[in-house]
Design a protein around this ligand. Structure first.
Ligand code: SF4
Ligand code: FES
Length: 360
């Protein structure tokens, strides 16, 4: 029993290694090297602890988790512990034999990312020749092997005008769900913001396409639509609230409240295996720091939405304002909202610069 309601999901970041170079990557700017990664037994122990804690789902993620040869073993272990298993992958390293091995290990669900609607532009965004064709080949196999398929498309000014084709692609591949997610601007995405941020007219067109296609595809494809923060007036409830629903484990075993939490200076993170996950969840400084509402400044402290969005995203407040305790500037009540929004919209109105790619 934990003092706080237990996490619903565990994000297991098995590695930071990745063959792709997406300019909006949500991994940290400084990536962990292979020699920092934890071994199979470490992850099995984490899975057992998470299941005992009450976690229901595990998301195998990265970097690119299929770089780990022990992935089928970990999937089988998670299934044996009663967890719903999801693989978040670029799919470029998979083939039928590897996918079949994962299906036989008990993998329930595969989330394949795509970078665009056509090979030329998608491969340019990922900086990986042949990625798009490979993704389609693998994605098509997922339902055939009895696993649920979600297609994940991060959208921005360089692919948003092809949204209708991306939706058609999801239908054609047999996906049950399509996640259309506007870029979240921290980490690499903030470095590339001017190259990624769409203008308001492009956004309005995309909103209309989603509304129309959702209706037309009712019962066939679920479309999740993650709206862009910098065009909004109210922030999202990031991570469902800090220390509320998710527990993330970095490749080196550090336990984080969100995938970007180690961008926040002055925070220390405990490692799984050195203390129980339940104790880390309940009592560690990292999880307590922004849990609930006690840490808030004005205007959040007295706002009626404080237990709805919990002040928005801590990592975004840090990235845009240099202060992780500030109200997320996406919120119209933040004193910085107008300035941040105007800067972002000015970038959207100017021609996009070249991408700055992450090089390992
Ligand atoms: Fe949310 Fe804070 Fe804005 Fe209120 S002031 S809506 S709690 S971010
Ligand atoms: Fe860290 Fe939002 S990404 S709190």
């Amino acid at each position: 029993m934990t003092a706080h309601p237990p996490p619903m999901a565990l994000l297991a970041e098995l590695t930071h290694r990745c063959p792709l170079q997406c300019p909006y990557c949500s991994n940290p700017l400084e990536l962990l090297k292979v020699n920092a990664e934890r071994d199979t037994n470490f992850w099995k122990a984490v899975i057992d602890e998470a299941a005992a804690l009450g976690v229901l789902q595990i998301h195998f993620s990265g970097g690119e988790p299929t770089l780990r040869r022990d992935l089928p073993e970990l999937v089988a272990h998670a299934r044996g512990a009663g967890l719903y298993t999801n693989l978040i992958t670029s799919a470029v390293l998979l083939d039928e034999a590897r996918l079949r091995a994962l299906a036989e290990a008990g993998l329930d669900h595969v989330q394949v990312s795509i970078q665009g609607a056509d090979a030329e532009s998608a491969d340019r965004i990922a900086a990986y020749a042949g990625a798009h064709a490979k993704k389609l080949e693998v994605a098509r196999l997922v339902p055939k092997l009895g696993m649920a398929l979600t297609l994940n498309a991060v959208v921005h000014r360089q692919n948003l005008d092809r949204l209708a084709e991306i939706i058609n692609l999801a239908v054609e591949l047999g996906a049950g769900r399509l996640e259309v997610a506007h870029v979240q601007y921290h980490g690499w995405a903030l470095v590339n913001r001017a190259a990624l941020i769409p203008d308001e007219a492009a956004l309005a067109r995309a909103d209309a396409i989603v509304a129309e296609r959702r209706e037309a595809l009712r019962g066939e494809l679920v479309i999740d639509y993650v709206l862009p923060d910098l065009h909004a007036d109210l922030p999202k409830t990031c991570m469902g609230g800090w220390g509320s629903r998710f527990i993330n484990i970095a490749p080196d075993g550090r336990v984080l409240p969100c995938h970007a939490a180690d961008s926040i200076p002055g925070m220390s993170f405990e490692r799984a295996g050195e203390r129980s996950l339940g104790e880390i969840w309940d009592a560690s400084d990292a999880f307590q720091r922004f849990r609930g509402t006690g840490w808030m400044q004005e205007p959040c402290r007295t706002c009626e939405r404080r237990e709805v969005d919990f002040g928005g995203c801590r990592c975004q407040a840090l990235a845009l304002l240099g202060d992780a305790t500030a109200t997320d500037p996406v919120c119209h009540r933040s004193p910085h909202h107008a300035r941040i929004r105007e800067t972002a919209l000015a970038e959207a109105a100017a021609p996009p610069p070249e991408f700055r790619y992450r090089r390992p």
